[in-house]
Write a protein that binds this ligand. Sequence first.
Ligand SMILES: *Cc1c(COP(=O)(O)O)cnc(C)c1O
Length: 409
Amino acid sequence: MMTPSRGIPRPQIQSLDDILPHEPLLMMGAGPVPIPERVAKANSVVINHLGSTMAKVIDQVKSMSRYVFQTQSKWVLGVAGPASAAMEMAAVNLLEPGDKILCINNGFFSHRMAELSQRVKADVHELHVPVTESADPNRVREALAKVRPKVLSLVQGETSNTVCNRFLPEIAAIAKEFGCLVVVDAVCTLSTMPLYMDEWGVDVVITGGQKGLSSIPGVSLVAFSNEAWETISNRKTPLSHWCFDAKLAENFWHRDGYHYTAPVSGIMALHEALKIVCDETLEQRFARHLRCSKALQAGIEGLGLELFIGNEDRLNSVVGITIPKGLEAKQICHHISQVYRVEIAGSFGQPIVRIGQMGEQCREHNLFRTLHALGSTMRDLGVKVDQPNGMAAMEASLQSLPRPIHQVA
Ligand SMILES: *Cc1c(COP(=O)(O)O)cnc(C)c1O
């Protein structure tokens, strides 16, 4: 006899095929981004998380990460979780209750580091940067002199308002004068633009899978400098987090041991994504991102639309477009998705819509489809745009910069 269920009825569930759109949307938002076939295939692999094959994979993931982070530090760790989990890993391991952290607040994401730090009872100070500007090294110096923090945190590219902290190397150098550890959120920028962890004296770099690296969301990376690792090793108070304990994570990432069951498939996907970056080389990848993003920007301006951030402080990894009067982000995103099958991102507190230029988004064919969809959407919604001019401006911009030699698909 079968045991009947107790009052909770079996739900009526649609199959995924019924739920997913028949024609996949082109993902041109602020992440997750499209993943290459090789990454998707790797993501279907499950093997023993503690066997010798996994050990080899982990070893290669660490070597490739060191190249992508541009560091010789041994202390690369993966974490099962979003990029925020990697941020949390930095915060909970480096900070003890009462420790001072100065967070450069460029907006939504860079403020998150302050929130995470608050939760481990750190003494949190924030330096607020005007919305459309990159952080000014002189103001950072003043704040450092006043606060004298143990840790300084900043974001390389603030995805929410599309500002790039272009003075990151100068700021890291100033932080060193004050003897503090520098934590950099490179979630949307890693492998899309230069970041030299060792050369710039950055102590912690954080990244996720689903942005510049074009891997899946849910497996993230963090790299600690020797100095940062020493700080963690010399902690006086026990860690309040078990999953994010770097010393426990070291078991898996550096001793072939057990911490928790690793996200095996996600690590396989990340391995392939990193391999693609290594094959392409950082130089070519940076050049491809710059060329495509600049072309997209030229195209958007060619339509007659306005970019939210001025040329110098503008992030190339995610491009912010000022919403024309009378429209709302939701309306634009809904229309471009429904009618043109292109997904772009809405706003995170700013009057903009955003188009991503990270990893696989940065392909010429994607640019043309996206710009066409954007221009047509604006026209459909009653905004006067010059579509032919936009397209021509984009093509002219592409032609003005040499196409990087190596184009991995
Ligand atoms: C996306 C993003 C995050 C958060 O990543 P999650 O994977 O959503 O946790 C943090 N910082 C920056 C700069 C980002 O772009």
